[in-house]
Design a protein around this ligand. Structure first.
Ligand code: ADP
Ligand code: ZN
Ligand code: ZN
Length: 672
């Protein structure tokens, strides 16, 4: 009697284990089959899994093993380094391996009965073949420092202000990778940034296989592009977060643009950092990775500046703007204690806008809060527009007369009178983009004003229309959130006014200053990119604040040094490693007692290398009718934290919790 062959399979189920099957009689699998998808019975249903191993033995009696239904060879096997990457992701973020693996595949490859899609060739916005510019000396120096095509891991941090020519450096590196016969992976934080980058790549490399991978792509295109990456047809892959998992057998270069951007961190499901996984991937494959930013994350900066552990990343700097004659914008603070804003706008800013209107140039008024006003309230009885499902206010949207919750999506009509006392005189407090838009329209009735936020440009189509309007010069004043700050060339834009940035200076979240600095640098980068000089005006009550002073001097290194100093003093990342356990339940008491129980399991642990904080309600303590609590765990050693978390998470899983309680663990949390 022959012993049946055993197949170990990864499945998309929330269990920290793989599943053993037997290979059907008469079939035989070899090592070359590892990495194919398989169809297997699971409970009453069937599932698609991935064949990860052909083990010699299993703990389960052979007679109880079910047989694999079939092995799917329509797609090549997933390569070994893809297994190492997903394996690392699962172990570092303490997520079930099968879920990590399957969630990275295009949906049609996970489906039992994939729909047939029409095959279409990808179209690229053709900009006509583009001539490469003569490099600046700084670009030359950066390129000379980076080895592509040769073997060997090396991480580079390319620090350069907006317009300093970072993208041009990426293009040259990709060119070298192409010449060396290697694939390139280029990660960007935002879907909105892919079309223009694709156009630039397509113009430079018209003959190279170029594909994009992001969530707005239709399933057919996503699956086609993913396969092209796996079978080597695609030589350049541009994508957002999830694209870090794209199987690329001949990968030779990874670029992460805007590496500081929080969008690289997945905020639900498996909470991974695509940037950090990209660094793992480069090290694992022994290839170069370039992290680019005008305002690097403090983690990356610390890695590159060598104050702590000897500069693990090599720092490359582009100081000036690439285009001849283009100057950095002049940044000034407007002291709002002196020049008091009316309707949110100071007279200095209004005058500056007026000058731009007279010269047919564009202005951007920047405010990171959409809607008309953050709250509607009754002065007579104290009622305010609150979300019934969240611990948050409903935001007043006057454009369509709605009150909206920005956390759970709840919305309702604007009441004509106060719901509690009947007062007809309800007041709008605070200011959002819609309100600034109204104030500007009153002040400049002849100007064409365009508001750009998630309400006015929610889809990619709308966004492209907005960009076109701005680039055609069909708008005079833009009112926008940080959506407008990223990655676009608006040659007529010469003025940026930040109207209410101060709130972030005193936020409870200690990462808020870093985000504020990055945002303001980025909006500032929009001003005066071509031959016209730009000006940035910051309305603030604290013109002497070090953050603003660093902005005025375009001095990121000074800002970073000050922030890192504070972090070191306070024992915050990157000088400590953190993980956050979060729980949500209909009642806060349940969430907190679950966290307390989780904390108690750790007490058996004899290592004293991790520190626990107290379970506390989250800052947004209720969302969508669920109360939320969190428990922070910290260690000065990443390895000690990881070792601890591995055991801990299985103990936490064993805690008996109320049925409606949900919890998750986040490693390296970004938001508090
Ligand atoms: P970044 O990615 O740092 O914002 P880009 O690479 O997009 O910078 O360059 C900004 C602008 O300068 C683009 O219009 C680009 O075509 C141009 N540019 C880049 N490098 C050069 C160069 N060496 N000579 C002339 N123009 C350049
Ligand atoms: Zn009232
Ligand atoms: Zn809500």
């Amino acid at each position: 009697m022959t012993v049946p062959q055993i197949a170990r399979v990864a499945l998309d189920v929330p269990l920290r284990r793989l599943f053993d099957y037997r290979v059907a009689d008469g079939e035989s699998l070899s090592m070359a089959d590892i990495g194919y998808r398989v169809r297997v019975p699971f409970g009453q249903q069937h599932k698609i899994g991935i064949l990860v191993e052909l083990p010699e033995a299993t703990d389960i009696p052979i007679a109880q093993l079910k047989a694999i239904d079939g092995i799917l060879r329509d797609v090549p096997t997933l390569p070994p380094d893809w297994f190492r990457l997903t394996g690392f992701c699962a172990s570092y973020y303490h997520a079930p391996l099968g879920q990590v693996m399957l969630s990275t595949l295009p949906a049609s490859l996970r489906a039992l009965a994939p729909r047939r899609h029409r095959q279409r060739r990808p179209e690229h916005p053709l900009a006509g073949a583009q001539q490469a510019p003569v490099l600046t000396l700084e670009q030359e120096a950066s390129l000379a420092a980076i080895a592509v095509g040769a073997e060997g891991f090396r991480a580079y941090l390319l620090h350069g202000v907006t317009g300093s020519g970072k993208t041009e450096v990426y293009l040259r590196l990709i060119e070298r990778a192409l010449a060396a016969g290697r694939q390139s992976l280029l990660l960007v934080p935002e879907i909105n940034l892919t079309p223009q980058l694709e156009a630039r790549l397509a113009a430079r490399f018209p003959a190279a296989g170029l594909v994009s991978l992001h969530s707005e792509l239709g399933e057919a295109a996503r699956s086609r592009n993913w396969r092209a990456a796996l079978n080597g047809e695609a030589r350049i892959v541009v994508g957002t977060r999830l694209a870090v998992f794209t199987p690329l057998p001949e990968i030779g270069l990874i670029v992460v643009d805007e590496e500081h951007d929080a969008s690289f961190k997945q905020q639900d499901g498996i909470r991974y950092s695509a940037r950090d996984l990209a660094v793992f991937r480069a090290r694992d494959r022994g290839i170069p990775i370039v992290l680019g930013s005008a305002t690097p994350s403090l983690e990356s900066w610390a890695n590159a500046s060598g104050s702590d552990t000897s500069g693990r990343y090599r720092l490359l700097t582009l100081r000036g703007r690439a285009v001849d004659g283009a100057r950095l914008p002049l940044v000034r603070c407007i002291d709002t204690r002196v020049d008091k804003p009316r309707d949110g706008l100071s007279s200095t800013l209004l005058l500056a806008i007026e000058q731009r209107l007279a010269r047919a140039e564009q202005s951007l008024v920047f405010l990171n809060r959409r809607g008309y006003a953050p709250v509607l309230a009754c002065a007579a009885c104290g009622w305010s527009s609150s979300c019934q499902r969240c611990a948050a206010h409903l935001v007043l949207h006057l454009a369509d007369r709605r009150l909206r919750c920005h956390h759970c999506g709840y919305e309702t009509r604007v009441p004509k009178t106060c719901p509690t006392c009947g007062n007809q005189d309800l007041g709008a407090f605070g200011r959002g983009t819609q309100r600034i838009e109204v104030a500007l329209a009153e002040r400049f009735p002849q100007a064409r004003i365009l508001r750009v936020d998630r309400d006015s440009a929610s889809s990619r189509k709308q966004w492209e229309a907005v960009v076109e309007t701005i680039q055609n010069g069909a708008a005079d004043i833009l009112v926008g959130t940080q959506m407008l700050a990223k990655g676009h060339d608006f040659p007529k834009l010469t003025l940026v006014g930040a109207v209410a940035p101060d709130a972030a200076l005193f936020a409870a979240d200690w990462r808020a200053p870093e985000r504020l600095f990055a945002q303001l640098m980025q909006v500032a980068g929009r001003a005066g990119r071509a031959e016209r000089p730009g000006e940035v005006l910051i309305q603030t009550q604290y013109p002497d604040h070090p953050i603003y002073q660093a902005l005025v001097r375009h001095d990121y290194p000074a800002f970073a040094a000050a922030q890192l100093g504070e972090r070191q003093q306070a024992g915050f990342p990157p000088y400590a490693y953190q993980a956050m356990l979060r729980a949500e339940a209909p009642r806060m008491a349940d969430a907190l007692s679950f966290l307390a129980a989780a904390r108690a399991c750790s007490l058996h642990d004899d290592s004293h290398s991790v520190t626990f904080y107290d379970p506390v309600p989250m800052r947004l303590s209720r969302r969508a009718s669920l109360e939320r609590g969190q428990l922070l765990v910290e260690s000065s050693s990443r390895r000690a934290l990881q070792r601890f978390l591995g055991d801990w998470v299985t103990q936490v899983e064993a805690i008996r919790a109320p049925s409606r309680l949900r919890w998750h663990l986040e490693v390296d949390p970004l938001e508090f």
